[in-house]
Design a binder for this molecule. Structure first.
Ligand SMILES: Cc1cc2nc3c(=O)[nH]c(=O)nc-3n(C[C@H](O)[C@H](O)[C@H](O)COP(=O)(O)OP(=O)(O)OC[C@H]3O[C@@H](n4cnc5c(N)ncnc54)[C@H](O)[C@@H]3O)c2cc1C
Length: 392
């Protein structure tokens, strides 16, 4: 075993490809797969193992409707476009890889327990309607008919039937399989330490195992992306999330739909896991699971699903959302030739993977993006800040 690890560590990462991607999360992998399909040669550099960053922490919700927040209207065309792409993306990924991604299309429910919560939920439904999103109001009894394990005091719900889910870890595994099958190179346990520059442009990536040359470098290192462009203000920070999973009876699962409350979401997976998430904490890269964080999740889950008390805890974890100044992703060039960024996906990176792959591959193959993705360049921040205009 030691020998295998040793060999892996000393494997050379020298070489050349059309595109080198920094980061083997869902964003880097999705872009890489799309580019390989278009005939480009692609190498992915991952500091740890594939999918081990925020992708591993995600609940896998494809929630263009229920995730909408007031003042995020601009994001809606992008999230809807990606939600529409997801079904085909999942089908192709499963067919090509021979692996399941656990795409579940039961829809999502937001439930209310008190009169105040019902009022706020009505307000939320008004917001969805104003944005042209469809949702159905359910009485408490209809909500409980659809999810009989909910507490009897659930007195109203919104149902969003288009908000589906996948298992984000399975998606990462399937993407890695199709990427390799299509001839892509993956260098795991290979942190990129800096960008290679020549003739005033980025021309590759530098690792401890060598320099790898590429015509284009894509920076998709999630919350760690700014570390690769020191001196340049890429407005992305880590936003910590704690989550846990309990194990349901697979033959008689406690929940079938994704269920949201004001405090938490619960996402039942095909393998019997029920993911309960997630805290939102400004704590930098502090990876600790705290008693308070886990207690709050469990307390909020028990409030709506009493039978949670009987379920065994399967796992607890932390992840870091790559969060930009306006909670929306950043696509495209950042001021130096040869370098493209794809980061800042915040709480929607799983949902936004197919549209991000389209955006970045369009940029590399056609030299421009189309559709709603054009609104998500770094330019939107530059309007407000001269400090963003520093070169690398
Ligand atoms: C608790 C939680 C729940 C979430 N739930 C959902 C959800 O239900 N639906 C949804 O759409 N989104 C969800 N998200 C958000 C989603 O997980 C992220 O937006 C998405 O995973 C971002 O993907 P990424 O590939 O950009 O980043 P990551 O998955 O973090 O990948 C970046 C990769 O880059 C690697 N890396 C970093 N530095 C270097 C380096 N120097 N060299 C090489 N590699 C490097 C890292 O190791 C990492 O693997 C959730 C996030 C959290 C934390």
């Amino acid at each position: 075993m030691d020998k295998i690890i040793d060999l892996e560590r000393h494997r050379t990462a020298e070489g050349r490809a059309d595109v080198a991607i920094i980061g083997g999360g869902i964003i880097g992998l999705s872009i890489g797969w799309k580019l390989l399909q278009a005939g480009k040669s692609v190498a992915i550099f991952e500091r740890d193992t594939i999918g081990s960053g925020a992708t591993r922490a995600a609940s896998g919700m494809l929630a263009a409707n229920v995730e909408v927040e007031p003042a995020e209207d601009d994001l809606v065309p992008l999230t809807l476009a990606s939600q529409e792409l997801w079904h085909g993306f999942a089908r192709e990924l499963e067919a090509e890889s021979g692996l399941t991604v656990d795409y579940r299309d039961h829809g999502t429910m937001i439930v209310a327990l008190s009169r105040d919560e019902v009022d706020r939920l009505r307000f939320r439904q008004d917001l969805l309607t104003r944005l042209g999103l469809t949702s159905e109001w359910l009485s408490g009894s209809v909500a409980r008919e659809r999810e009989p394990a909910l507490r009897p005091s659930v007195s109203g719900a919104i149902f969003c039937k288009q908000d589906h889910q996948v298992d984000a870890r399975r998606v990462a595994a399937a993407l890695a399989a199709v990427f390799r099958k299509a001839g892509g190179q993956i260098f795991e346990n290979t942190p990129v330490t800096s960008l290679e520059r020549s003739s005033g442009r980025v021309s590759g990536v530098v690792t401890e195992a060598g320099v790898f040359s590429a015509q284009t470098v894509v920076l998709a290192a999630g919350a760690w992306s700014p570390q690769l462009v020191p001196g340049f203000e890429l407005p992305v920070r880590p936003l910590k999330g704690q989550s846990l999973a309990v194990r349901m009876d697979k033959r008689d699962p406690a929940l079938t739909h994704i269920v949201w409350t004001e405090q938490i979401h619960m996402a039942p997976k095909g393998d019997g896991r029920l993911i309960i998430g997630a805290s939102v904490e400004e704590r930098g890269f502090d990876a600790a699971n705290t008693a308070g964080g886990i207690f709050a999740l469990l307390e909020a889950a028990r409030r709506v699903l009493p039978s949670i008390e009987e379920l065994a805890i399967d796992e607890i974890w932390t992840g870091f959302r790559p969060t930009s100044l306006d909670d929306a992703p950043i696509f495209g060039e950042i001021g130096v030739d040869g370098l493209i960024v794809a980061t800042g996906h915040h709480r929607n990176g799983i949902l936004l993977a197919p549209v991000t792959a389209r955006a970045i591959s369009d940029l590399i193959l056609k030299g421009r993006m189309d559709g709603p993705e054009t609104s998500f360049t770094l330019q939107r921040f530059r309007k407000n800040s001269d400090r963003m205009t520093h070169g690398l």
